[in-house]
Design a protein around this ligand. Structure first.
Ligand code: THU
Length: 139
């Protein structure tokens, strides 16, 4: 499964622009993310920290929740922007896995704006706990 070069460029730009709004006064580590939904719209997210440190929310989950809030429940691709280009945390992998299978996850180096690595959600979280693992899966 792949996306067009134009969609990838927009995904990268959105992740970088979202990162600029990151609220990370405690860690000083800014992260941006962008999600392409099956409705062809792109949703951005940034990390938002809190004085009660554990309440911090990651950039990826903010982007996914924004997509769901807009009525879309299918991810086609994800971009994550941070210095050097790094992978999503375990909690974000689990949330990303809820809304699609086998889609690309682009790790963007925020210093250069280019793709540092291309992953896939199945490789990032193999054997994820999924909705159909529940005894009463949602319809
Ligand atoms: N962070 C993200 O936004 N996404 C990740 O996948 C890993 C970590 C944020 C959380 C925190 O605000 C900062 O990066 C340092 O961990």
């Amino acid at each position: 499964m792949s996306i067009s070069p134009q969609q990838l460029q927009l995904l990268i730009t959105t992740s970088l622009e979202s990162r600029r709004n990151a609220y990370a006064p405690y860690s000083g580590f800014q992260v941006g993310s962008a999600v392409l939904g099956s409705n062809q719209k792109i949703y951005g997210g940034c990390n938002v920290e809190n004085a009660s440190y554990g309440l911090t929310i990651c950039a990826e989950r903010n982007a996914v929740f924004s997509m769901v809030k807009d009525g879309c429940r299918q991810i086609l691709a994800v971009a994550i922007a941070l210095p050097g280009g790094g992978p999503p945390c375990g909690a974000c992998r689990q949330v990303l896995a809820e809304f699609g299978r086998d889609y690309p996850v682009y790790l963007i180096d925020s210093e250069t704006g280019s793709v540092a690595a291309e992953w896939n959600i199945e490789k990032l979280i193999p054997v994820a706990f999924r909705p159909d693992n529940l005894s009463n899966p949602p319809k």
